[in-house]
Unconditional design. Structure first.
Length: 170
């Protein structure tokens, strides 16, 4: 395990920060436990294995095609993360038996991501846009910078309160 991101890195070891971010994402409901796909309470009567019990938060954003959710564990199936009803494929989900069905599939184009099913030794991976989008859709939001008018309004309110307090003291 590469414990630090400074200095020489062992190319055969995994980045501790990436591993920790991956596991924290799973605790927050994306990746891993964010999907109940493959659990014993899923039906087998349809090719998409419609759930007969609870679904994970990320299962609500798991699609096989536009408008069609995917709950199958078939290794030949393709399931992807989408926030617009399946129109846009943001990232493919893992369909490999023995790995988390809520993680991102291995071998996708683009740089490695924190929620990839399998880490990349020797590479420092930071949380990316797909993980941030997933966290957002399951209910977490990042703090935002207030609009410029907010600061002016707040300062104006403080001035008014100061004037009122000064008048009350006299």
């Amino acid at each position: 395990m590469n414990l630090s991101r400074t200095g020489p890195q062992n190319p055969d070891d995994y980045d501790l920060q990436s591993v920790a971010a991956h596991e924290m994402d799973e605790v927050l409901g994306i990746g891993g436990s964010g999907s109940f796909v493959g659990a014993t309470y899923f039906g087998t009567g349809s090719p998409l294995n419609y759930p007969t019990g609870p679904v994970g938060s990320m299962d609500l954003f798991r699609y096989a095609s536009n408008g069609v959710r995917s709950y199958t564990t078939s290794t030949s199936a393709t399931a992807y993360f989408s926030i617009d009803g399946g129109k846009t494929k943001l990232r493919f989900f893992n369909q490999t038996q023995g790995a988390d069905y809520g993680d991102w599939a291995p071998g996708q184009a683009g740089p490695p991501e924190v929620q990839d099913a399998y880490g990349t030794p020797g590479v420092d991976v930071d949380i990316g846009v797909n993980e941030l989008t997933a966290l957002n859709v399951v209910g977490y939001t990042l703090p935002t910078v207030p609009e410029p008018g907010t600061g002016t309004l707040f300062l104006g309110g403080l001035i008014v309160v100061g004037i009122i307090c000064d008048a009350a003291d006299k």
